[in-house]
Design a protein around this ligand. Structure first.
Ligand SMILES: [Zn+2]
Length: 266
């Protein structure tokens, strides 16, 4: 009996310790060296309102504390890599209280575009580019990124392409248990409105492509609704004004989902 009570106290104590540590990380400013990296490598950071910037600092602290990074093909993981990836990933949840990449434990980083070893299990993995890939997101598993693309995506914040934002949109989508472009909505957002707007926008992109019309959204979004959500998210953060002009309803749904208005940042 005393052994059981002892074990319970130990687990309770450890849980309290971890919670306290997490709170401290979330409330702490970025270390000066990390701040320097974010400012130089993730320019969108400099445009964020101060309250969001503070919150992002805390989330980056938590991310690099809890998520393990593994370099592939001889890539040495540095603070540059950790902080640049963490900053972009955490931008997605910067204003979504209590939302976290719960099942994510590991990020694998290749120096450049990589040949996936996982092609035979495509039913369970969302990956970019058929043969050579820049990123993958596994349901209840790791994110895999090409560092050169992750760095460039951050540094060029207005070209509408960002592999880190893309893969972490999949991570959010996967939290419902099904990766289908319908992420978990807060109770104040209508699921039927979301479904209508996304269904129409997805159909529009596919129609434009089959008619040979030039598309504003990356044609890769026409692959399936999950890819459409990830591509629309990249555009939302990188080309908010253009997305508003292209499809105001789509922008508004994403704005309500992320609880952010990037059009105000630029
Ligand atoms: Zn994808």
């Amino acid at each position: 009996m005393s052994l059981v009570i002892g074990a319970g106290l130990f687990i309770g104590g450890r849980w309290a310790y971890e919670r306290r540590r997490r709170e401290e990380l979330l409330n702490a400013p970025l270390q000066p060296a990390h701040k320097k990296i974010v400012r130089a490598r993730v320019p969108v950071y400099n445009r964020l309102p101060l309250d969001l910037r503070k919150r992002l600092d805390g989330l980056i602290n938590r991310f690099i504390d809890e998520v393990k990074f593994h370099g592939q093909e001889g890539l040495e993981i540095t603070d540059d890599i950790r902080v640049t990836i963490a900053a972009q990933a955490c931008l997605l949840i910067v204003n979504k209280e209590n939302r976290w990449f719960k099942s994510l434990k590991t990020v694998f980083v290749y120096p450049a575009a990589f040949k996936s070893k996982l092609q035979k299990v495509d039913g369970h993995v969302h990956s970019e580019r058929a043969a050579v890939r820049t990123g993958e997101s596994w349901a209840r598993g790791p994110v895999i990124l090409a560092w050169d693309h992750a760095a460039y995506g951050a540094f060029a914040p207005h070209d509408g392409e960002n592999v880190v934002i893309h893969e972490f949109a999949h991570q959010l989508d996967e939290q419902t248990g099904v990766t289908d472009g319908s992420p978990l909505l807060d109770t104040d957002q209508s699921a039927s409105q979301w479904a209508r707007v996304f269904r129409q926008a997805f159909a529009q992109l596919r129609d434009d492509l089959s008619a040979g019309r030039e598309t504003f959204l990356n044609p890769y979004g026409a692959t399936n609704p999950a890819e459409f959500f990830a591509v629309a998210t990249e555009t939302f953060f990188e080309q908010p004004h253009d997305l508003q002009a292209y499809n105001r309803d789509l922008y508004d749904q994403l704005s309500r989902y992320y609880r952010l208005d990037p059009a105000d940042w630029f």
